[in-house]
Design a protein around this ligand. Structure first.
Ligand code: ADP
Ligand code: MG
Length: 708
């Protein structure tokens, strides 16, 4: 057979062949290299194997032995129990799996088995395995000799780098598939991995990989670790590789986006911005001041700004953005602020009009609702530069909207716009600065992974004097009491929300859907106006109801999550969330941010059944810190889903666990920045291997690095 290389098809690996090729394909393994990266999903730590003679009733143990006999016994209750007798050097132990007679087809005499679970008293000692692993089939392995002394597995010195047919101290469990068991994969790995590792060339030299092990040792440690720690060190190396690739792509994208602008150089004029500071009805929070400083530094630098301002709901992002807009304005440029809904745009326009009145600046509002004469007049002012600040919706990106001198684009709730929409507005200026706003607090790790190609400013804290929102978790039994409270608040002139996870009964039969509830609540709260908004309504109808709610004409608003974004009704003091258990924590936080915006005490009541999900709701109720909640959310949902890598054409972060790997991410980001600054196209010889890997694995890298 020809010599193997990493690109060799997996079927040429001895013991694979055409028979197992298809099964490997299902596991995503096509080549020898894929095989090396097909690492164990987890490990059983057999370092604490108990000799069966020492097993005591009441212990929870792990044992390794040869199966001496098996049988299935029926009980009087009609349950069929699978039994196996396990033997090691020290003695024999009975294992029993109630109701799992099917194991008869898997566990057979002669096999070496690892079992772990509690030991109980039943005609003597009996182990009830929670888990078992067939270490080898006595008939095919070279079990003779080593198989006869299974206790060896318990001795670290005997188990490291396990030879064929003997368990290592740490038993790797591989992702398996039909026709290819984890055992078979383990045997192949034992047979081949150490040879294959000699083919591995590390694309990272010592300086790039910092203190992490070289690639071959990392892979070796993952396949055949002598301790769980060794496997973990190996995982971290592969995680670092993934993060570094991702951050290299981001660093390159950032460098390209920030190329020196043609012409615009904002100066620190301190005219409008200083005046605004004087007339603001409040002083900026520490967080706001820090954010303004970062943005101003960025705007006055010679490169374009490409920045994300990330702040919790109510943290006061609008004012921060306003400083940026005035900086552009005092330099003779126009600034545009785009919001996802008319209501939000109107709200921003009203805020800006109020704050800027003393400065003699009137923001222009450009939304779809304008009459045609109004619109024409607005377009003229935008076109001749008379409008210095322009606030609007998608109406801003219509073809006939032309700015005279657009220097700054601010996009509120940026995730609600597509890439194209944002680009369309940006292209209405000549390389304007860009500030994106997001009210979704996320941990820094996630921000770096998801928005790595932007600079990120995190706005911490919130204005003082805001009412805390008291959050309670209640069951169905409390419903009447909750309604009574809701009614009392509304009758006192305040307003409330009732939020549902779905729209129609048919979508999830077990949910009390918003539409049904709207009818019921209208009846229950006779004399109060109950409105409804949901995503299936035409948007005009939805906005009309929202507006009525804002103006106090609707007391109680039944809604789906469409109210998450932006709406600011300080008079609303209660939010009831039905089926709280169905919402993600971050989403609950967004919803809760709709109340507590005025002077009155506010409440958020989560209705949820008893059950395991309640703990997380209690944790949610205990804090109002969006970044803290985002961390809980991250821990709950896992990094991959939240990072949204799939949409960005980047490979999955298979090995990364960002709850644990934040340090790796920071390191990868620093290394990537250093590398790209020195060698923007990754063309230096020492970067060739990384470049090749990137181009192979990362769709976006192909565009970004092609130009070299
Ligand atoms: P968000 O970050 O959610 O967009 P906003 O910009 O809408 O928050 O601000 C929320 C509210 O807080 C607004 O009513 C705003 O006027 C007010 N606000 C902003 N900054 C301050 C401050 N420094 N002190 C007091 N109130 C502030
Ligand atoms: Mg806002």
């Amino acid at each position: 057979m020809a010599r193997l290389s990493l690109e060799t098809a997996i079927r040429f690996l001895k013991g694979v062949g055409e028979r197992r090729e298809e099964a490997f394909r299902r596991l995503g393994v096509a080549t020898v290299e894929d095989f090396l990266y097909h690492v164990p999903r987890r490990y059983l730590d057999a370092t604490r194997v108990t000799p069966v003679a020492r097993v005591r009733v009441g212990d929870d143990v792990t044992c390794v032995g040869v199966v001496e006999a098996t049988r299935v016994l029926p009980t009087r209750a009609g349950l069929r129990i699978f039994h196996a007798v396990l033997r090691d050097d020290s003695g024999r132990l009975e294992c029993a799996w109630p109701g799992q007679a099917f194991l008869e087809r898997q566990i057979r005499a002669g096999q070496r088995l690892l079992v772990s679970g509690p030991v109980r008293h039943y005609h003597g000692r009996q182990l009830a395995p929670r888990e078992f692993v067939i270490l080898d089939d006595g008939d095919e392995g070279s079990a003779s000799g080593s198989g006869g002394s299974p206790g060896a597995a318990a001795r670290p010195e005997g188990g490291s780098r396990a030879p064929e047919g003997r368990a290592g101290v740490v038993v790797p469990i591989y992702p398996a598939t039909e026709g290819l068991s984890h055992r078979q994969i383990r045997r192949l790995a034992e047979q081949h991995v150490s040879n294959l590792l000699s083919l591995v060339v590390d694309p990272l030299d010592d300086t790039l990989r910092a203190e992490l092990p070289d690639l071959a040792s990392a892979l070796g440690g993952l396949h055949q670790p002598s301790s769980l720690d060794e496997a973990e060190v190996g995982r971290r190396r592969l995680a670092f590789d993934e993060l570094l690739e991702q951050q290299l792509v981001f660093a390159r994208a950032r460098a390209l986006a920030k190329r020196p602008r043609s012409g615009i150089a904002f100066g620190l004029k301190r005219t409008l911005t200083t005046e605004l500071r004087k007339v603001l009805p409040f002083s900026l929070t520490t967080g706001q001041r820090a954010s303004v400083r970062e943005i101003v530094a960025d705007m006055t630098a010679s490169e374009r700004m490409h920045r994300l301002l990330l702040g919790d709901v109510g943290s006061g992002k609008t004012v921060v953005a306003l400083f940026a807009m005035l900086l552009a304005a005092e330099n003779g440029y126009q600034a545009a602020l785009m919001a996802p809904t008319e209501l939000l745009a109107e709200q921003h326009a009203a805020t800006l009009t109020r704050l800027l009145a003393p400065l003699g600046i009137r923001p222009e509002l450009l939304i779809g609702r304008l009459g045609s004469a109004e619109r024409r007049a607005a377009l003229v002012r935008v076109g001749d530069g008379g409008a210095r600040l322009v606030v609007g919706t998608h109406a801003l990106i219509q073809e006939d909207v032309a700015f005279r001198r657009l220097g700054l684009v601010v996009i509120d709730e940026q995730h609600r716009f597509g890439v194209e929409q944002r680009a369309t507005l940006i292209e209405k200026g000549e390389a304007p600065d860009v500030l994106l706003l997001s009210a979704t607090p996320i941990p820094r790790s996630l921000a770096l992974a998801r928005f790595g190609d932007l600079d990120v400013t995190i706005l911490h804290g919130r204005p003082a004097g805001r009412q805390p929102v008291r959050t309670a978790v209640r069951t169905e039994q409390a419903r009447e009491g909750v309604y009574a409270f809701l009614e009392q608040e509304c009758r006192a002139g305040r307003q409330g929300y009732v939020v549902y996870p779905v729209i129609e009964e048919s979508e999830r039969a077990d949910l009390r859907a918003a539409t049904t509830a709207h009818a019921q609540l209208t009846e229950r709260f006779s004399g109060l106006t109950v409105g409804i908004v949901h995503g299936r309504q035409p948007s005009e109808e939805r906005e009309r109801t929202m507006r009525a709610f804002r103006d106090g004409e609707v007391a109680l608003l039944v809604a789906t999550t469409v109210i998450e974004v932006g709406i600011d009704v300080p008079n609303a003091t209660v939010m009831v969330i039905e089926h709280g258990e169905r919402f993600g924590l971050a989403q609950l936080h967004q919803l809760r941010g709709r109340v507590g915006r005025g002077h009155d005490a506010s409440h958020c009541i989560l209705l949820a059944p008893h059950g395991p999900g309640r703990e997380r709701l209690r944790a949610f109720a205990a804090t109002e810190d969006g970044f803290r909640i985002a961390e809980l959310d991250l821990a709950e949902r896992g990094f991959g889903e939240l990072a949204g890598t799939r949409q960005s054409g980047a490979p999955d972060l298979k090995f990364v666990d960002l709850v644990r790997d934040l340090d790796l991410l920071e390191r990868a980001r620093a290394v990537a920045a250093r590398v790209i600054a020195r060698d923007p196209g990754l063309t230096a010889p020492e970067h060739r291997a990384i470049r090749e890997r990137l181009l192979r694995r990362h769709a976006r890298a192909v565009e970004l690095f092609r130009v070299g």
